[in-house]
Design a protein around this ligand. Sequence first.
Ligand code: KG4
Ligand code: ZN
Length: 345
Amino acid sequence: MLILGIESSCDETAAAVAEDGRCVLSSVVASQVDAHRVYGGVVPEIASRMHVEAVSGVVREALRQAGTDLERVGAIAVTHAPGLVGALLVGISFAKGLAFALGKPLVPVHHLRAHVAANYLSHADLEPPFLCLIVSGGHTQLVDVTSYTSFRVVGRTRDDAAGECLDKTARALGLPYPGGVHLDKTGQGGDSGAFAFPRPKLTGQGEDCYDFSFSGLKTAALLQIKKQPLNTQVNTQAAGQAGWIPDFAASFQYAVADYLCGNAIKAARALGRDKLALAGGVCANSVLRGELRSRCRAAGLALYSPELAYCGDNAAMVAAQGYYEYRAGHAAGLDLNAAPSLSME
Ligand code: KG4
Ligand code: ZN
């Protein structure tokens, strides 16, 4: 069954066609990064307007690249939660219009469920149950995926998301938006042992608690940056050239990766899962991928991660999860609304 997926929850307008939740026929992403860079973050009003301008062309291009047309599509899947409400509503309204005009099912997809499903596109053998570490700009969660459509959040961040922590540290180093990507590039070849960072310890965190906290790590990074030489150049492009910055970037990413890996592996063991999957924009991070690869090998866990094209926001993952939601009977009516902060459970 062919599913047309549509994604507009943040700053990417995306459409894709995928077959049976596993095979991508096309995936088109129109990024708004250039428009938001000057503000150092996503401006919701600009995001909505740009989605309106892009959505119809992006959908048309996805159908063209897939060599198909709307008649042959079995259902329209759209991200309805969570995200920026005005941005979500653009994709939802467009999907409703198509579903109504074509008389096809409209399938609502949770953005984080879609990030998990990105793994199905790259690993034909991956089936639930497995544990998934979701690390994106706005979310950090450990999720027990018990079936394609049932999820139990076993750990979550109590403050900042991992992506937010990386982005803000990168910004303080004077690196361009979006920071995580540039921190990754800057740290290549840096010494990950050059700077020491504390590992967060949550109050009352017993062995069976898999929650995270990133605000302390972020503050520790900002304090250390202030102490470095050339701190007058911090927040300028020139700081990117300073000798200590690659070492700092490598050390900080290692601290974040080590913390994420430790909790994820502890949870997988305790829950008796032998498969660990990665999902979300931050799973493109080379330090996290490398660290998790070696730690999972040592722990006897099979590691799955999406290919780079499906780590960040895209609609192929929406079409993949849409297939499983449709099979589970989760179609929506034309009264479908955006749910900016809905849990994935
Ligand atoms: O999943 P995503 O595209 O959007 C959300 O749903 O939030 O994730 C975006 C996040 C941003 O924080 C971005 O800096 C981060 O993913 N990111 C990275 C890398 N690529 C994207 N962080 C670290 N290393 C990367 N290579
Ligand atoms: Zn995302």
